[in-house]
Each structure stands twice: as structure tokens, then as C-alpha cells.
Design a protein around this ligand. Structure first.
Ligand code: A2P
Length: 330
């Protein structure tokens, strides 16, 4: 069986990656429709050797196309307005923005963690924040086996997470050109500010990690805190994750657990200086875990270093994996 697929935000950083990942994974496409803003209408993009014209996102261009699956990455306000319109015409939208993530009526899904939540969708499924996706892939098996009490996230996030504009700021910043997307220069710098500041002194990015982790792991009792930081790296988010468990553990059992958990590659051999880096994760869909060690300051504490390609597993690949689950459930 083949499906009619739409990509909304096709000209963007994640939109283009949707096309790459759909092709790589041989997603069974009948017709592919590409949408962006009026600025890009008429542009031509290539998919599988074919030229496809980008259409302006508007209802007239959606109806009558019998779209089955729409992959969205065009910002929250676009998703808020258009995902219900796609649903009205029978499509399931998988949305990469923050628009629907915390809506109790909308599943928030990482296929390795909570694929069962896809089943209760009503036409919209939210793709979590990039930093949350890679974290919960590593945390899920730990939570199941040892029961997590508290998580401390510290992130080191790539500029591509801020879209084409973020990427350009680093590329041009290296040449001494002032930033346009970020509030401070990112070349040769580190910016402890991602998304907007909230009244509680945290950024929205930090609170997304707190709230989305609880929703995906189905556990509102989890104590979580986060500091999210932008670093001058093009692709690949890195995270230091400190975890306190309810139960005791042996380090060797954690290595064993990760080696049999879906979507994880353990890169941890100190003798050979092996640990995950963002450059290594680039172009891959797995979550790389290393620097796995006991936190001696706690009774049941663990530290680890978790890295993934933010545009692939953190966005496009996770959404395409959700789409694969949908068609496999049909
Ligand atoms: P466009 O290229 O026409 O502006 P990124 O986050 O990498 O900058 O990409 C954002 C994507 O979302 C682009 O494809 C952009 O299209 C698209 N987009 C932005 N605003 C809208 C809108 N109002 N309607 C449809 N697509 C939009």
C-alpha cells in the first residue's frame, strides 16, 4: 500500500531532512505534496529524482488531495492553524512544533519509548522537543528497571536546532559577521538561553524538557530540572544527564541494559578514549550514550553523556518513525 504524504515547511531545515529521511527509509509514498509560506510558492525541490513544486500553505491547496500523513515543521502558529485543517480532510499530522505537545488530547511520542500512545490520536500527534527525544530514549529503560526519582539535565545544543537562521549565525559568525537569529554571537561563545525566558527564570526550552519528559514517561511525580545551552556546533545535541534512582543498581547492569534497549548505541571505553561526540552522531538516527558512571554524591546516582543528531532523531527521523508506526498499525 502507498500513501499520500505532505511536508509542511518543506523549505526549512527540518523540512528538507523529512524528504531525505522519507527517501532513505523507503517510505511508501504515492503522491508527495510540499508546502511552505507564500514566499516559497513555486520553488522546486527534488525528491527521488522528481521535481516537485512547493505550494503555498492554504486550505484550497490541501482539500481534494486525500492526504494520509502530513509532516509539519513550520513553527507553532502554522501548526495550530493548519494541523486541524489537515485532520478535517482525513490526514494524520505529525507536528514538530511545540503547538500541541502539552495538550492532554494529543499524544506526544518517541517510538522507542511510548509507541502505544499513537493509537489514541485524533488526527494530530506531537513530535517532542529535540533535547527531550534523545533524553527519554536513554531514560526509559532506566526508569522501568530502577525507578527514577530525580533528573538534572544540562544541555549543549547545536545551532541547527534554531533552523536555517541559527546555522547561518554560526557559519557567518566564524567570519566575524554579527548574529541575526541569536541574541549574542555564537561563534567562539556559549549562550545559556534557548527560546524565551519565563516568569520562573527558566527558559521555555528548559521547561519543555521538564514537562515533556513527564508526559512521555507517563510519570508526573518525576522531579526534573534543566539548564539548556546553545554551543557553537552545527549538528548534534549533547546532554549531561544526572539521574537519581529509587533503587540501587550495579554499573555493569546499566551497560547491559543499554546494550539491549532500542535506539541506543553505547560508546564508552575510557582506555581507548571512546565517548560520544556530536560530530560522531551526525547523520545517524541512534542515541549515543557514554561517560556512564556512578554519581558518588548520591546513594543511587548516575551520570551519563547522551548525544544525538538533533535534526534527525531530534526531529525528522522521529516523525518519520511515528509515520511508519501509523501505517504499520493500519
Ligand atoms: P519559507 O521558506 O517559505 O519561509 P526553518 O525553521 O528552518 O527556518 O524553516 C521554517 C519552515 O517553515 C520553512 O519551510 C518556512 O517556509 C515555513 N514557514 C514559515 N512560516 C510559514 C507559514 N506562515 N506558512 C507556511 N510555512 C511557513
Amino acid at each position: 500500500m502507498t500513501y499520500n504524504v505532505a511536508v509542511v515547511g518543506a523549505t526549512g531545515m527540518v523540512g528538507k531532512k523529512f524528504l531525505e529521511v522519507l527517501k532513505e527509509r523507503n517510505f511508501p509514498i504515492d503522491n508527495l505534496y510540499l508546502y511552505a509560506s507564500s514566499r516559497s510558492a513555486g520553488k522546486i525541490l527534488n525528491y527521488d529524482g522528481k521535481e516537485i513544486i512547493v505550494e503555498e500553505l492554504k486550505e484550497d491547496n490541501i482539500k481534494n488531495k486525500k492526504i494520509d500523513i502530513a509532516l509539519f515543521s513550520a513553527g507553532a502558529s502554522t501548526s495550530k492553524e493548519y494541523a486541524p485543517i489537515f485532520a478535517q480532510y482525513g490526514a494524520v499530522s505529525i507536528d514538530n512544533s511545540s503547538a500541541w505537545r502539552m495538550d492532554p488530547e494529543i499524544p506526544l511520542v518517541v517510538p522507542e519509548v511510548n509507541p502505544e500512545d499513537i493509537l489514541w490520536n485524533k488526527g494530530i500527534i506531537a513530535n517532542p522537543n529535540c533535547s527531550t527525544i534523545q533524553a527519554v530514549v536513554a531514560l526509559k529503560p532506566l526508569h522501568e528497571k530502577y525507578g527514577i526519582n530525580r533528573i538534572v539535565y544540562s544541555t549543549y545544543q547545536a545551532v541547527s536546532g534554531a533552523g536555517v537562521g541559527g546555522y547561518k549565525d554560526l557559519e557567518e559568525g566564524i567570519k566575524g559577521i554579527a548574529p541575526e537569529k541569536f541574541p549574542q554571537p555564537i561563534a567562539g561563545n556559549v549562550i545559556p538561553h534557548i527560546d524565551v525566558f519565563l516568569e520562573n527564570g527558566y527558559t521555555k526550552e528548559e521547561m519543555k524538557m521538564v514537562e515533556e519528559t513527564r508526559k512521555i514517561l507517563h510519570d508526573d511525580s518525576l522531579k526534573i530540572t534543566a539548564t539548556a545551552v546553545r554551543v557553537p556546533v552545527f549538528y548534534g545535541h549533547s546532554e549531561s544527564i544526572n539521574v537519581e534512582f529509587k533503587n540501587g543498581f550495579e554499573l555493569k547492569d546499566i551497560f547491559e541494559l543499554f546494550s539491549t534497549s532500542p535506539g541506543i548505541i553505547v560508546r564508552d571505553n575510557l582506555d581507548e578514549l571512546i565517548y560520544p561526540t556530536p560530530l560522531e552522531s551526525e547523520g545517524h538516527d541512534e542515541v549515543y550514550v557514554g561517560r556512564i558512571r556512578r554519581d558518588f554524591s548520591l546513594e543511587n546516582g548516575l551520570n551519563m553523556w547522551v548525544v544525538a543528531d538533533n535534526i534527525r532523531k531530534g526531529a525528522a527521523s522521529n516523525a518519520v518513525q511515528i509515520a511508519e508506526c501509523i501505517i504499520n498499525n493500519k
